[in-house]
Design a protein around this ligand. Structure first.
Ligand code: UGA
Length: 431
């Protein structure tokens, strides 16, 4: 089938590439001409394992192309996917300007019957609004129907998730439209759940909010574990063995970051507030996460007093491994507070340094090798569990002035660290 995808951010590009991989002819549209030129040459603008290979393979097979012209992209497309951003506004709600602009463009450009599929995460009721906007702006009486098909991909494993996800959610007003989107997705071989549009929109928010809740929950359990002498990792294993709970997303740490959980939890609180419902539980989840981002700083203060003049090694800056994304990463707050407290921050990340230079405090000194950050440091903070960090030689900590290590991601086993003579502090585990 001929498809178009508007927006080549993270969601749009992965969606376009994977739809091409299962045999569709996909044109990805973006208004950023420079980005389009790069993609035409086979250059992927984001870091995502496996994406570059798959993109180039499908371009070579003639199933995937890029353009900045909506007219060109929509020509002959039976389905147009909207995958533009919904950034957070100051009040926590989602900014729908871009999504709405695309709806108007589709209404004014589409020449044949079209299904418009929303991939972007949008508040409940948005797709109905998009349908109205499209109906009002249509230039001819062709049928254009909006369908909700939210995205559940994780950054860093987006390609894997596309082919091994647990479910595909399709929210539609008519069985005909739902069936067509189901047909498109059939080759993925993933269970398809068809529902109404508003429930589909809610499934996306509720899923992310629930996963964020699991994380904040285990983080609070971790904080209690430290005080009562239990080990959160063992607690999580024991809890996860109950299939009603499940073992995923019970990894304690320094809180969730990224472009989704922080934004979507706040947006859902806002959505609830708009209908006069106080989502108390989710407000707690957000507050716990805010506090959890500070725990390493509090622990460090407890050990070294103040940060003035101290050399602090920061290992890992991305909000999680296998991505160069720093959006809402705990590293933002942590490095800022260290620098404001007078510390010299030496930071290492295998992939995210270029993005970090654009995002983080300009006083940070970036190093190309992990060992350069550690050498003669007064303390080291581990913020991302990159495999390179998890597998590093423990003896490297010995090159520090004081081998004090605060591990925000529980990268090392306690036994391993006890033998090393490093002053090691992790999350939810006694030293
Ligand atoms: C998340 C969801 O997992 C996806 O299903 C969803 O499609 C996506 O948001 C989205 O809405 O687009 P993502 O933000 O890429 O995906 O990353 P996750 O792997 O979910 O991790 C989010 C954050 O939670 C990271 O900072 C990670 O370190 C943290 N986390 C995750 C924990 O602290 N503990 C855990 O056990 C799991």
């Amino acid at each position: 089938m001929k498809l178009a995808v508007v927006g080549t951010g993270y969601v749009g590009l992965v969606t376009g590439v994977c739809l091409a991989e299962i045999g569709h002819h996909v044109t990805c549209i973006d208004i950023d001409e420079m980005k389009v030129e790069k993609m035409k040459k086979g250059i992927v603008p984001i870091y995502e394992p496996g994406l570059s290979e798959l993109m180039n393979k499908n371009m070579a097979a003639g199933r995937l192309s890029f353009t900045s012209s909506h007219n060109e992209g929509f020509a002959g497309a039976e389905v147009v996917y909207i995958a533009v951003g919904t950034p957070q506004k100051d009040d926590g709600s989602a900014n729908l300007t871009y999504v709405e602009q695309v709806a108007v463009t589709i209404a004014k450009t589409a020449k044949n019957e079209t299904i418009v599929v929303t991939k972007s995460t949008v508040p409940v009721g948005t797709n109905d609004r998009l349908q109205t906007i499209i109906n009002q702006n249509k230039l001819s009486p062709i049928k254009i129907e909006v369908v909700s098909n939210p995205e559940f991909l994780r950054e860093g494993s987006a390609i894997y998730d596309s082919f091994h996800g647990n479910r595909i959610i399709i929210g539609a007003n008519t069985e005909e439209a739902a069936q067509k989107i189901a047909e498109i997705n059939k080759p993925f071989g993933i269970f398809i759940y068809k529902t109404d549009i508003r429930s589909a929109e809610m499934i996306k928010y509720a899923s992310n909010a629930f996963l964020a809740t699991k994380i904040s929950f285990i983080n609070e359990i971790a904080n209690i574990c430290e005080r009562v002498g239990a080990d959160v990792e063992k607690v999580a294993v024991g809890m996860g063995l109950d299939q009603r709970i499940g073992s995923a997303f019970l990894k304690a740490g320094i809180g969730y970051g990224g472009s989704c959980f922080p934004k979507d939890t706040k947006a859902l609180i806002q959505i609830a507030g708009n209908v006069e419902y106080d989502f108390e539980l989710l407000k707690g989840v957000v507050n716990v996460n805010r506090k959890q981002q500070r725990i390493l700083l509090n622990k460090l203060r407890g050990i070294v007093g103040n940060f003035e003049g101290k050399k602090i090694a920061v290992l890992g800056l991305a909000f999680k491994p296998d991505t160069d994304d720093l959006r809402e990463a705990p590293s933002i707050l942590i490095t800022n507070e260290l620098i404001n407290g007078g510390a010299q921050v030496y930071a290492y990340d295998p992939i995210a340094i270029e993005n970090a230079k654009k995002t983080l405090n300009s006083s940070i000194i970036y190093v190309e090798k992990l060992e350069d950050a550690l050498e003669k440091a007064d303390a080291a903070l581990i913020l991302t569990e990159w495999s390179e960090i998890k597998n590093m030689e423990i003896s490297l900590f010995k090159t520090m002035k004081n081998p004090i290590v605060l591990d925000g991601r529980n990268c090392f086993s306690l036994v391993q660290m006890q033998e090393s003579n490093v002053d090691y502090h992790s999350v939810g585990r006694r030293v």
